[in-house]
Design a protein around this ligand. Structure first.
Ligand code: NAD
Length: 335
């Protein structure tokens, strides 16, 4: 079996707990791996690095092309730019992919939810271009480029085709943001018409789209949207299948990929050993598939599905009493 070199960023809050659990499961499942552990976030500042995203961390991801990352806390109001925004822009990780599915044994309001949110990850209001025009008046610039809109649309349609998905729905607000969201829409439309007529295409104004999402999420297949909308809709969608503890994610570019759960550093439960490691572990499974370690990925997925289906060991967010490590141990026992 190949040995992979993977950058591991434990992150802040519950990050070290969930990444440690994930690492144990992946190694127990037989992944040949050499971890390169490096900090980011508040932890980096605590370790006397000058920035929340140390140059060493960024260089290691560039060199090895793949990272597993825990959530990070960006100190608010101290002049640091968000680690996540920096990372995604510096490595041009333009496609965020978040599969949202029902899990065995996790009862939720809806059955049959199986959608994938694809979020543009480098532009929109996350460009970080803000301006104080005069005292008391500030602006934030929403950026959309034809290049950025076209490549995320092409990425989404290619993904949908390869994964045998049937439909892409774009959420937008082009009725108000005629230029920026208008460009996002026209690029998506053009890619569908010219390159992917095999995939059904739909556009929904985001407010109505959110209503439809909570009324019947099973009507959606692949959802494509710009940066801010993707951020919000990911958490909303997580709530439909059991919460932030069960939704994984990947940030993918042409030269590197960073795998991380949708959730944040959860300061309310950090250090208590109660966080659900599943979202991070599922992100690890996405990473295994990216590394063409499909057999190990399948073993891990089968094991956590079995633990969930049995239902005796589950974390508090899913109504159980098990801790982070106890859940990881149960998964390892099922490998
Ligand atoms: P959060 O996702 O950290 O937490 C929201 C709620 O979900 C909390 O009640 C938390 O306890 C719960 N939760 C989240 N993950 C869980 C898990 N694995 N198991 C059980 N419960 C879980 O969102 P927040 O509180 O708004 O943000 C906290 C910090 O995280 C902020 O500093 C924010 O900037 C940061 N953040 C980082 C990332 C990232 O690094 N990718 C993403 C989102 C937020």
């Amino acid at each position: 079996m190949a040995t992979h070199t993977i950058v591991l960023i434990p992150g802040d809050g519950i990050g070290p707990e969930v990444t440690r659990a994930t690492r144990r499961v992946l190694e127990a499942a037989g992944l040949g791996v050499q971890w390169v552990e490096l900090p980011a976030g508040a932890t980096a500042i605590d370790q006397a690095y000058a920035d929340v995203l140390p140059a060493e961390t960024l260089a290691a991801i560039r060199a090895h092309g793949v990272a597993l990352k825990g959530p990070v806390t960006t100190p608010v109001g101290k002049g640091f730019r968000s680690v996540n925004v920096q990372l995604r822009q510096a490595l041009d990780l333009y496609a965020a992919v978040r599969p949202v599915r029902n899990l065995p044994g996790v009862a939720t309001r809806f059955d049959g939810v199986d959608m994938v949110i694809i979020r543009e990850n480098t532009e929109g209001l996350y460009s970080g271009i803000e301006n104080a025009v005069v005292p008391g008046v500030v602006t934030s610039l929403k950026v959309a480029t034809e290049k950025g809109c076209t490549r995320i649309a092409r990425w989404a349609f290619r993904y949908a085709t390869r994964r045998h998905r049937r439909k892409i729905t774009v959420f937008h607000k082009a009725n108000i943001m005629k230029l920026t969201d208008g460009l996002f829409l026209s690029c998506a439309r053009r890619i569908q018409e010219e390159e992917y007529p095999n995939i059904e295409y739909e556009e929904l104004i985001i407010d109505a789209g959110c209503m439809k999402l909570v009324q019947d999420p099973t009507r959606f297949d692949v959802l494509l949207m710009e940066n801010l909308y993707g951020d919000l809709v990911s958490d909303l969608a997580a709530g439909l299948v059991g919460g932030l503890g069960v939704v994984p994610g990947a940030n993918i570019g042409d030269a590197a990929a960073v795998f991380e759960a949708v959730h944040g550093s959860a300061p309310d439960i950090a250090g208590k050993g109660v966080a659900n490691p599943l979202a991070c572990l599922m992100s690890g499974v996405m990473m295994l598939n990216h590394l063409h370690e499909e057999a190990v990925a399948e073993r891990v997925k089968t094991a956590y599905n079995a633990v969930l289906a049995e239902g005796t060991i589950r974390t508090r967010d899913l109504g159980g009493a098990a801790g982070t490590d106890e859940f990881a141990d149960a998964v390892i026992a099922h490998l």
